[in-house]
Design a protein around this ligand. Structure first.
Ligand SMILES: Cc1cc2nc3c(=O)[nH]c(=O)nc-3n(C[C@H](O)[C@H](O)[C@H](O)COP(=O)(O)OP(=O)(O)OC[C@H]3O[C@@H](n4cnc5c(N)ncnc54)[C@H](O)[C@@H]3O)c2cc1C
Ligand SMILES: NC(=O)c1ccc[n+]([C@@H]2O[C@H](COP(=O)([O-])OP(=O)(O)OC[C@H]3O[C@@H](n4cnc5c(N)ncnc54)[C@H](O)[C@@H]3O)[C@@H](O)[C@H]2O)c1
Length: 485
């Protein structure tokens, strides 16, 4: 893996106690700390790797940088005139160089400056709970210090890639999301195990970067969203030259002496590749955190209430991936704003606003989680799928629309195809789910998020007029498809 540059900062904390100790300085921990400082608390944040965490260095940012050039090239190829101007393949070296810059060359100096400006104390080291409100910190040289939190400890340690129990896999030294997003070279032949978000995005990126990709999915692709999304992504991947094997998981994986990797498939076929990536979900980063010292199970996800407080512990909070509510940066930061504010409110004895949609709760986690998957085509979804709405006992109606019929799609590029789906709660006549699949639809999603959170009645949405000729006119077509209430 790339060398990390953890900018010098005091390894161990200067004080014995702080109002709040935050463990983990990913996007989520940083925001919990920032809000608590703004609420008047003294805050120590402890980080064992890089300030900024997974999103900045091995997840959202580098993965999107790897995807962007392919996406721009595809867009140009859909438009005569632009197509003739963009004739070559994606320049993989240039893409990797830009990815390096986007990942700040794995140097967290900028993020450390931000912490300093925000008034947050930083300790470099591994933190472990040591009983109630106590955190033991071990620096890289082995020295330790234990600090006490006057009010709260917030666990924001995130998640790590989990390895499925496939024979030989661990010994074959597979890549995870970390190695694929920080790779210095494009493997000629790449197998990806897992048809979720990471698997689909990386299959899209590395196909455009010149790898011969085989994507192995245990069932279909993108199982958590509407089925037509995964089908469209599989179709496009195949059209661009990737092999997509559905309902397939290798039975055995072996790294050979010559460095190549062999995957034995259920039908006996042997797939030989240069690297294999495991993208089969996440495990909580809680196995070496001293959870047992406060009566919690090491290695478990931390269950929290809507104010992000760990159940049964009035001083302990768990925010971001580690609570498993929604493994997304934006949702974790949303939780962080609520958590930092509520920790400060409780510390000062101020009133806590924990009603539905209150200032101190992360209500949206339950029903309105937006997500954009940057595949080709993009998948943008928020709220419930049609199937999930029925499972939750809602009386629903579903309206679908083919995006290619829009004037905006005609202008966007030749052969534009895509699908939009509206899921309406018939009892309330409000939207509870919205999905778009198509090129460049990601930026359209936020309107749906607002409509769902605001429970805007469909009759009122008729007065929100989308501009002509944009893809947003899909709103009008979906409303027409539903009929004027
Ligand atoms: C390949 C990939 C692409 C992704 N793309 C997107 C995307 O486009 N959009 C999106 O919204 N989400 C995306 N995600 C999800 C997103 O990365 C996570 O939801 C987000 O990083 C979670 O933030 P966090 O702060 O909870 O955890 P992390 O970012 O994992 O931060 C946790 C921090 O805690 C530190 N830590 C852990 N244990 C200790 C300890 N004991 N002591 C001290 N420090 C410790 C770690 O070093 C780390 O810095 C992606 C994920 C992957 C894997
Ligand atoms: N654009 C984004 O928002 C974005 C991008 C990447 C990741 N993420 C987040 O990161 C998290 C992790 O992503 P992920 O793709 O690792 O997890 P995931 O849960 O989305 O997908 C994992 C997939 O692996 C499959 N799988 C599990 N075991 C398997 C096996 N033995 N063989 C074959 N397939 C197997 C599962 O069925 C599932 O489809 C997600 O929750 C996602 O929200 C978000």
């Amino acid at each position: 893996m790339r060398p990390l540059t953890a900018t010098a900062a005091t390894d161990l904390p200067a004080q014995d106690s702080y109002d709040l100790v935050v463990i983990g300085a990913g996007a989520v921990g940083e925001n919990v700390a920032d809000r608590a400082v703004q609420g008047g608390l003294s805050v120590l944040i402890v980080e064992s790797e890089l300030v900024g965490g997974e999103c900045s260095y091995w997840a959202c940012m580098p993965s999107k940088a790897l995807l962007r050039a392919g996406s721009v090239r595809r867009a140009a190829h859909a438009v005569p005139g632009a197509r003739e101007a963009v004739t070559g393949a994606v320049d993989a070296r240039a893409v990797l160089d830009r990815r390096d810059a986007v990942a700040a060359h794995w140097d967290d100096a900028g993020q450390v400056r931000w912490l300093q400006k925000a008034g947050i104390a930083l300790a470099r080291g591994r933190a472990r709970l040591d009983g109630e409100r106590r955190v033991a910190i071990t620096a890289s040289d082995g020295s330790t210090r234990t600090v006490t939190a006057h009010h709260a400890v917030a666990i924001c340690t995130g998640s790590t890639a989990s390895l499925p129990p496939i024979d030989g896999l661990a010994a074959a030294r597979p890549w995870t999301s970390r190695e694929i997003t920080s790779t210095e070279a494009i493997p000629a032949r790449l197998a990806i195990i897992g048809g979720g978000v990471v698997g689909c995005e990386m299959a899209t990126a590395f196909t455009s970067l010149g790898s011969r990709v085989t994507l192995l999915a245990r069932s279909g692709l993108l199982a958590d969203v509407e089925p037509f999304a995964g089908e469209a992504v599989a179709e496009r991947l195949r059209a661009e030259g990737a092999e997509v094997l559905l309902s397939t998981s290798p039975t055995r994986v072996d790294r050979r002496d010559n460095g190549t990797v062999g995957l034995t498939l259920p039908d006996g076929r042997l797939l030989e590749v240069d690297e294999v990536v495991v993208a089969t979900g996440r495990a909580p980063a809680t196995d070496d955190l001293g959870l047992e010292t406060v009566g919690l199970e090491p290695g478990s996800w931390l269950e929290v209430d809507d104010t992000l407080r760990v159940l049964g512990h009035d001083w302990l909070y768990a925010v971001g991936d580690v609570n498993r509510r929604a493994l997304l940066t934006h949702q974790g930061k949303y939780q962080a704003r609520a958590a930092g504010d509520v920790i400060a409110a409780r510390a000062s004895g101020a009133s806590v606003d924990d009603g539905e949609w209150g200032r101190h709760v992360a209500t949206a986690d339950h029903v309105v989680v937006p997500q954009v998957t940057f595949t080709s085509p993009e998948v943008a979804s928020v709220g419930l799928t049609a199937a999930e709405a029925v499972r939750r006992g809602l009386r629903t109606r579903v309206v679908d629309y083919e995006l290619g019929w829009l004037a905006g799609a005609t202008v966007h590029g030749e052969g534009y195809r895509g699908t939009a789906r509206l899921v309406v709660d018939e009892d309330e006549t409000v939207i509870v789910g919205f999905t778009l699949v198509g090129d460049d639809v990601g930026e359209l999603l936020h309107a749906a998020t607002i409509a769902i959170v605001g429970r805007v009645p469909l009759a009122r949405l008729w007065h929100a007029v989308p501009s002509y000729p944009t893809l947003s006119e899909v709103w009008l077509r979906l409303l027409e498809g539903y009929g004027r209430p």
